[in-house]
Structures are given as structure tokens and as C-alpha cells.
Design a protein. Structure first.
Length: 116
């Protein structure tokens, strides 16, 4: 199974390298459109290879998706935490009731009764 994983990683890496080599031409990225930049007398832009723009878009998309999913699952995480607290409370209550039940009895008999 480990070799299959390594093979998949190698194929994925080779594909990324092929995309980077095929798209190494420089492109100009502008923060705002040229028409709007004329109004503010500011034209922030940067020259980058196209593959960096592609990979950057993929990374930003993944990060946005992860954050979106984390926010969406907040109710499930809150419910799981509430259930965990309730489970711990009930376990404490059960252990307290068991200790009260065996109070004043022989320790060996109490242990045998508790496990059986």
C-alpha cells in the first residue's frame, strides 16, 4: 500500500512539474482594473510566471474551502462537545453510584460483583 501511495505522489509531482514547465511565461497581475486604477492614480501590478498564478489559485481555493467547511461544521463540533460533556457527567455519576452501592461491603466481594 505504501508503494501505491508513493507512485501516486510521483505521478502527481510529475504532472505539476509538466504544468510548470509548459506555463512558465510571464503574466502581469493587476490588483484593480486599469480603468479603475486611472481614477486613483495607482496601478499596483506584479509580473509572475503563469504556473505560480495557477498553483496560487489552487492553494487559495483549497484554503477558502477548508475555512468554509470548518465554519459549516461548527454545529456538529458543538454537538459532539456537548455529548462528550454529558458522557463524562454520566460516567462520574455511575462510578459514584457504584461506590455507594458497595459501601460497607467486603472489598473483594465488591470487586467481584462490580466486574461480573
Amino acid at each position: 500500500m505504501r508503494y501505491i501511495r508513493y507512485a501516486c505522489i510521483a505521478v502527481f509531482g510529475a504532472a505539476l512539474i509538466a504544468v510548470a514547465i509548459a506555463n512558465r511565461g510571464m503574466v502581469s497581475l493587476q490588483l484593480i482594473p486599469a480603468e479603475v486604477a486611472g481614477w486613483f492614480a495607482v496601478n499596483p501590478q506584479i509580473e509572475l510566471p503563469l504556473f505560480l498564478v495557477i498553483f496560487g489559485g489552487i492553494v487559495v481555493g483549497l484554503l477558502v474551502g477548508f475555512v468554509w467547511e470548518w465554519i459549516r461544521e461548527h454545529t456538529q463540533r458543538a454537538e459532539a462537545a456537548r455529548q462528550a460533556r454529558e458522557l463524562r457527567r454520566l460516567q462520574r455519576e455511575v462510578s459514584k453510584l457504584r461506590s455507594e452501592k458497595h459501601e460497607g461491603k467486603d472489598e473483594v466481594l465488591a470487586l467481584l460483583e462490580q466486574t461480573g
